[in-house]
Design a protein around this ligand. Structure first.
Ligand code: PMP
Length: 394
């Protein structure tokens, strides 16, 4: 059929550029040791930074939650899907971020992708004269949120506060929204949030911070990027995800209570979707207890020790590890095919690392995205280091 032939031709073209993406099937719970398509593998590619995705206490809370709340929410939040479990989760999340926001309130979402669509479109919808200022390396969900807002979008270069200052200066918008990842998902570095916030306060702009990779891992208490940088401002709008360090799924926005009420009333990705199963919200309460408590502190310091071990042990010459202090430790190889060959060679040895290609990263900067978890052991990290050092030389 003509229609299918066109799709086939495009898929073949992707394949010829080493751009076809394949899904591997994991048979076991997420963790460093997994069975993938029937093979035991040592994985360095999940975002389960604290090793909570298979935590027995959270699994037990999930069972208890199912007994108490059932399995589905049955409707959107504004109809009848908003359960006591969502209320408790939102109260707990607001408390998590209350030191960094003014009159904090939180709103839970099914995914971070949807939370980003909601927060950007919701804040943009209040004023026809809105301009969005988006960091060049922002996650796809922020880019899509800005597109969906159907307003002017200016992209500023990565971490370039000066360039953003010029754009804000030039703007005549009456509603200015700066949007940034806190931890860049494919680079692992941190946005200069204190300087960005100072700029936003000077220009009366919102600063939306996507802390998908910082929530749970950054800050003494795991509260994330705002705690890490000790920020506090009514201009801050915080987005955290709950499927990475928190080990379950979902996301939330925390901000001044007026911002949250605005999202409830105006944000279509919040309003027109079925609420997440309350059982997930219930399990997340246990996850948050772990993150904030002694165990979370211990897991964060374990993660930092593994990252230090990795940085000390790598002796690469051609391939370029990026400067990152977070659990995301990419190695830029450059070419798509060489990157995928390296990932395949590691896979052959039983080590699973993600190969990341355009359009996720700029052309010519294909990379291995190594991620660590507090559940990894020192010998496991040593095995990865030895394999990579060796592989680069062959
Ligand atoms: N923001 C960033 C920076 C991310 O890396 C991701 C997930 N990869 C998201 C948002 C989306 O979060 P979720 O997976 O919960 O949809």
């Amino acid at each position: 059929m003509e229609l299918l032939k066109k799709l086939d031709a495009q898929l073949r073209a992707l394949d010829e550029q080493s751009l076809i993406r394949v899904r591997k099937t994991v048979e076991t719970p997420c963790g460093p040791r997994v069975i993938v398509d029937g093979r035991p593998m040592l994985a360095f590619c999940s975002n389960d930074y604290l090793g909570l995705a298979a935590h027995p206490a959270i699994a037990a809370a999930l069972q208890e939650g199912a007994a108490r709340y059932g399995t589905g929410s049955g409707a959107s939040h504004l109809i009848s899907g908003h359960s006591r479990a969502h209320v408790l989760l939102e109260e707990r999340l607001a408390a998590f971020e209350s030191a960094y926001l003014v009159e904090a309130r939180a709103l839970s979402f099914c995914t971070g992708y949807m939370a980003n669509l909601a927060v950007i479109t919701g804040l943009a919808s209040v004023d026809r004269n809105t301009e969005i200022f988006s960091e060049a390396l922002n996650h796809a969900s922020l880019i899509d949120g800005a597109r969906l807002a159907r307003t002017s979008v200016k992209v500023y270069p990565h971490a370039d506060v000066e360039a953003l200052a010029v754009l804000l200066e030039q703007s005549s918008a009456t509603n200015k929204i700066v949007v940034t990842d806190s931890v860049f998902s494919m680079d692992g570095d941190l946005a200069p949030l204190p300087a960005l916030l100072a700029l936003c306060e000077r220009h009366n702009a919102w600063l939306i911070v996507d802390d998908a990779h910082g929530f749970g891992t950054l800050g003494e208490n795991g509260h994330g990027a705002l705690e890490h940088f000790r920020l506090r401002s009514p201009n801050l709008v915080y987005m955290g995800t709950l499927g990475k360090a928190a080990g379950v799924g979902g996301a939330f926005v925390a901000a001044h209570k007026t911002v949250i009420e605005t999202l409830i009333q105006r944000a279509r990705p919040y309003i027109f979707t079925t609420a997440a199963p309350p059982v997930l919200a219930h399990a997340l309460l246990t996850s948050l207890d772990i993150i904030e408590g002694e165990e979370g502190r211990h897991r964060r310091s374990r993660l930092a020790a593994l990252v230090a071990q990795w940085q000390d042990g790598l002796t690469l010459r051609r391939w370029q590890p990026l400067a990152s202090q977070t659990a995301i430790q990419p190695i830029v190889i450059g070419r798509n095919d060489e990157t995928m060959h390296a990932a395949a060679a590691l896979y052959e040895q039983g080590i699973w690392v993600g190969g990341i290609r355009p359009p996720t990263v700029p052309a010519g900067t294909a990379r291995l995205r190594v991620t660590f978890s507090a559940a990894h052991t020192t010998p496991e990290v040593a095995q990865l280091i030895a394999a990579l050092n060796q592989l680069e030389r062959t």
